[in-house]
Ligand binder design. Sequence first.
Ligand code: IVH
Length: 673
Amino acid sequence: MVEKKIQRRIITLRAEIRKHNYQYHVLNAPLISDYEYDRLMRELQALESEHPELITPDSPTHRVGGEVAEGFVRVSHPVPILSLSSAHSDDEVRAWFERIAKLDERVRDANFTVEPKLDGLTVVLHYENGVFTRGTTRGDGEVGEDITSGLKTVRSLPLHIPVIASGPKPPPRLVVRGEAIIYLDDFQKLNEELEAAGERIYVNPRNTASGALRQFDTSLTASRPIRLLCYDIVDSDGPVPQEQWEALLYLKALGFPVPSDITLEADLDGALNRYQDWIGRRDSLPYEVDGIVVKLNDLQLARELGVVGKDPRGAIAYKFPAQVVTTCLEDIGLNVGRTGVVTPFAILEPVEVGGVTVRQATLHNFDFIHEKDIRIGDRVLIKRAGDVIPYVIGPVVEARTGEESSYRIPDRCPSCGELLERIEGEVAIYCVNAACPAQLVRNIEHFASRGAMDIEGLGIKVAHLLVEGRLVNDVADLYSLDEEVLSGLEGFADKRAQNLIESIQASRSQPLSRLLTALGIRNVGEAAAGDLASQFKNLTLLSEVGLDELEEVEGIGPKVARTIIDWFAQPSNIRILKKLHKAEVWPEVTEPKEREVERVLAGLTFVLTGTLPSLTRAEAKELILLHGGNVTGNVSRRTDYLVAGESSGSKLTRAQELDIPVIDELQLKALIE
Ligand code: IVH
C-alpha cells in the first residue's frame, strides 16, 4: 500500500520536474523559483535512494536538466558536462565531506577552492591550436546546442589563446567551461535604454543572457552586454594543471576571464567561513550569484571519487538562502519616467527577502501583467537579486480565492491626468504632455546626474520639492534659483541652499557634450553627445542642422538623427534653449589654439575600448582630437595605439594579434603631457 503511494508520488514529481526543466531551459520562462525546484528534486532523489527498485533510466535525477531547443545544430560533448549537488546548511556540507572522506581518507587532509556559483548560461568552449572553434550550451549534459556565432560576439571571450603573448602555450585541444552572464549594472542600463526607446524590457539577467545567445540573429546577441567567466577545464589533449586552484590561475594566464573572488581554503572550516563572507557581500556583488561552489582542489582525487548520477562527488554547491518569496499584491502603482513612459509597479504586503523588507517591486510593463495574468489580490512570487529593485516573477495561480480582480491598463497619466498614448510598434505607454510634472521631476534628476551636468545635492527628492513648490517649470529655471527662494523649502537650512546654488553655478562650466547628455534627447547618450559636440561646436549650430548632415556624423544613425531633429523642432524645447542661452549656459567647443595645446598626437590613429577609470569614451576621444590625433572605431594595421580600459574585448585581442601597442588612460595622458 505504502509502495503504491510512493510510486505515485515519484511519478508526479518526475512529471513536475520535467515540466519545469522544459520551462527553464528551453522556454526560458521558469514557473517556480530555483529553491522550489531544488526541493522537488531533492524529494525525488530521497525517494529514489530509499526505493532503488523504483528508479527508471529516464528519471530527471539522471539528467542534468535541459532539453535541446529545435533549430540549433546539436553537438555531443567530449565528456559529460556534469551538474552539482547542492547543500543549504553547514551541516549538509559537513555531511557531504563525511560521505566522501569515508570513500577516500585523503579527503580529510584536502584543501578546497571556493568559487562563486554564477547564475547564467553554462557554455562549453572548444579551442584548437589556440583558436576558438566552437561554443555550445550544456543542453542535457550529453548533447548541447552550437551557439558559436553568438558566442563570438561576447567580448570577454578570447578568440585566440593565449591572449597575452607571454601567456602559457595551451595544449592543441582545450575545452573550457564557463558561464555567460550579464552584470547587474549593465542589465539595469540595458533596460533603461530599452525603456527609453519604447521597447520591451527584460525580466532578469540570466534569461536575457541565455535568450540572447540562442538567437539566430547575432547582431541582437552582440547588442547585449554579455560577459563570460570561466571556471573549469573540461577536456584537453595535453598537460594541464591537476589542481583546481592552479587550473583557475592557468585559465587566467591564458587570457580567460575568471571570477576575481576565488579563494583556496586549507580545510572545510575555511570554506564554511568563506560562505559567511559571501553572504555578507551578497547584495553588493556585481553579478547574480546563487551560492558558492566548494571544490576539492586535488582534481585527480576528485576524478577518482567519481559521480552520483550527474553530480561529481568532489564538489558541492552551497546555496544562499532563497531570495524568492511569495506575498500579496495589494495594488498596482504607476511610475512616470523622464520620456513620459508610464510603467507599472507592484504595491505589496510588506515581506522580508534576504533581511530586507520589500514593499514594492517592478512589474516590467503592462504586457507582462497581461501575459502572466497577474491580478490584484493575487499571491505573487517576488525575487530580489543584488541591489537591483526586486521584481515580480508571476502569480501563484493555485493560491487564488476568486476574490482577485483583473487589472485594467490606465488611460490617463497618474501625474497630470492627460490621456496616455501607445506608440505604434512599442510596448510602452506614454504621457505625451510636455508639461507633466512627473516627467519634469525625472528630467531635472537626469539633467543634474553624474554623467550630465553633475549638480551635487540635486537628486530626485530635491527635484520633487522644486517642482512641487513650482520653483522650476523646466531645467533652465534651475539657473534662476537663488538662496532666498531655496531656503523656503522643507529641510533647506541656509547652508544647504547655499551649497546647492554653488553646485548649480559650477555646472555652467560643463562642456557641451555634458549639456547635450543632460537635455535628455531620446537615444542621445554620452557617446552620441560627444560626437555631436565635437562636430557642431555649439547648440546654435546643432539646432540648425538638417537630417542629412546629422546622419553623416560618425556614430549617429538615421533613428538618432530623426529624434534629434524632432527634439529641436519642439516649441517647448526651443523655449528651454532660449532660457539657457539667456542664462549663459551655452558652452562652446573651442578650436585649440596652437600656442595653448600642442598637437603632439598629429598623425597618430587611436582606437578606444573598454571602460576607462576617469574619462568617458567621448571625453577621451575629445582629448585625442584636441591634441591633433585621430580616433577610429576599429583596430587595423593603421592603428597606432589601442587605449584599453576595463572589460576590453575583441578589439584588445585584435590589437594583440597585430602587435599594436596597448595603453591605458594614464599612458594616454602621459603621451600628451
Ligand atoms: S563546477 C564538474 N563551478 O552551476 C564541474 N559550476 O548545477 C561542475 N556554475 O549550471 C560545475 N558557477 O555550470 C561549477 N564556479 C562554478 C560554477 C558552476 C556556476 C553552474 C554550472 C551549472 C550549475 C551547477
